[in-house]
Design a protein around this ligand. Structure first.
Ligand SMILES: *Cc1c(COP(=O)(O)O)cnc(C)c1O
Length: 365
């Protein structure tokens, strides 16, 4: 950490928090990303000064000059992770150190100053501590944490900004699948790619999502839940979904997932799945998967299951794949056994219901 960075957060409690009754009503059916807690974290950055004024304050609109650099050139990055209540009445996060590290790598790619990992982690602790009452009770809900940073400098020149704002907001969320895990259908977009070699595919930046919205809309037009991208060079190999990594399960139990060559986002769920599978003695291959291999494997029975993974849904079975060359179904289209087994194993670790062999669960309270 550079000398100028200040780790002591000033706490300014919200003078008008949501009442207990109103909060209870909001938490009864939170959905995803619709309701927010009473507070937010802000930390400022200026060249020559470093990160300064770390603060927890009432969540409120951010005053923004129309010439703020982010509005023009999209210098912005984010993270997403969850805080859960544990069976002992405490609160935990899952691998926040991995999010801190990835936030630094995303910053580097977008020519932004990296936030010291200690400040990232402390900021999460602070907002969880002050907004603890917003964590839904019970087995399924969680508090989704959204740390992000953007170029706040008022300047229209094209160069890395000299001022940034880092924030954390928090949103209580319900179960991703209400009424049981359902396989998703995916559309192989023939028109769009997500990331080219040398591009921003491995950075968690808002720009990747902006560029993916048309592809996602195309998927929905074709009756699918999600878009799946092929590689930008040969248009042959599976990259990932718009916000989730992809795995196949072969008939001998092997897991196959595309490698981290810079065009896919290095998911923490992806990494956790690989580690759990290998620990259980399962073979994991990180290698290119062509759409043809997927299609032929589904037909021959070589590909038994497919799933997508990411923080929001953890693990989601993929049932049907649609493309211009026709549709195909994985096995009977239902959730596979290996997929559901991995899902349960991971969720049980996250929730503190199972042993945590890799020390992923980070106690907060
Ligand atoms: C965040 C994200 C993922 C999943 O990452 P996790 O760390 O597992 O949540 C996958 N793909 C994209 C494009 C993402 O932005």
């Amino acid at each position: 950490m550079s000398g100028g960075d200040n780790l002591d957060f000033e706490i300014r409690p919200n003078p008008a928090p949501v009442s207990d009754a109103d909060r209870a009503a909001m938490l009864a059916n939170p959905g995803f990303g619709r309701i927010f807690t009473d507070h937010m974290v802000t930390v400022r950055y200026a060249d020559g000064k470093g990160w300064y004024e770390p603060r927890v304050e009432a969540r409120a609109p951010i005053p923004m000059d129309p010439a703020s650099a982010v509005l023009h050139y999209a210098q912005e990055i984010f993270e997403g992770l969850k805080a859960y209540t544990t069976p002992d009445g405490g609160v935990a996060m899952f691998r926040p150190d991995a999010n801190a590290k990835r936030f630094g790598l995303s910053a580097q790619r977008m020519a932004m100053p990296p936030l010291p990992e200690e400040i990232f982690l402390k900021s999460l602790h602070e907002i969880i501590a002050i907004d603890r009452k917003w964590i839904p009770e019970g087995e399924d809900g969680s508090l989704y944490l959204r740390p992000f940073a953007y170029a706040s400098e008022v300047f229209l020149g094209v160069r890395p900004a000299m001022e940034y704002l880092y924030l954390v907001i928090a949103s209580p969320v319900g179960p991703y699948f209400s009424g049981g895990v359902k396989p998703v259908s995916v559309w192989v977009t023939p028109d769009y790619t997500r990331a080219a070699p040398g591009g921003t595919g491995a950075a968690k930046c808002g720009g990747n999502y902006a560029a993916g919205l048309s592809a996602q809309a195309e998927a929905i037009e074709h009756g699918c839940d999600q878009v799946v991208y092929l590689d930008a060079v040969e248009r042959k190999y599976v990259d990932e979904l718009g916000g989730m990594n992809v795995f196949l399960v072969l008939d001998d139990g092997t897991l196959v997932t595309p490698p981290l060559t810079g065009t896919i986002l290095p998911g923490i769920t992806r990494d956790s799945v690989i580690k759990l599978a290998e620990r259980a003695g399962r073979r994991v291959e990180e290698r290119a998967i062509s759409l043809e291999e997927w299609r032929e494997g589904a037909a021959s029975g070589r590909v038994r299951e497919a799933f997508a993974c990411g923080t929001a849904a953890v693990i989601t079975p993929i049932g049907v794949i649609r493309s211009l060359d026709g549709d195909f179904t994985i096995a009977d289209g239902g959730p596979g056994e290996v997929t559901m087994g991995l899902r349960k194993e991971l969720v049980d670790i996250q929730r503190g219901r199972a042993a945590d062999p890799f020390h992923w669960v980070h106690k907060v309270l």
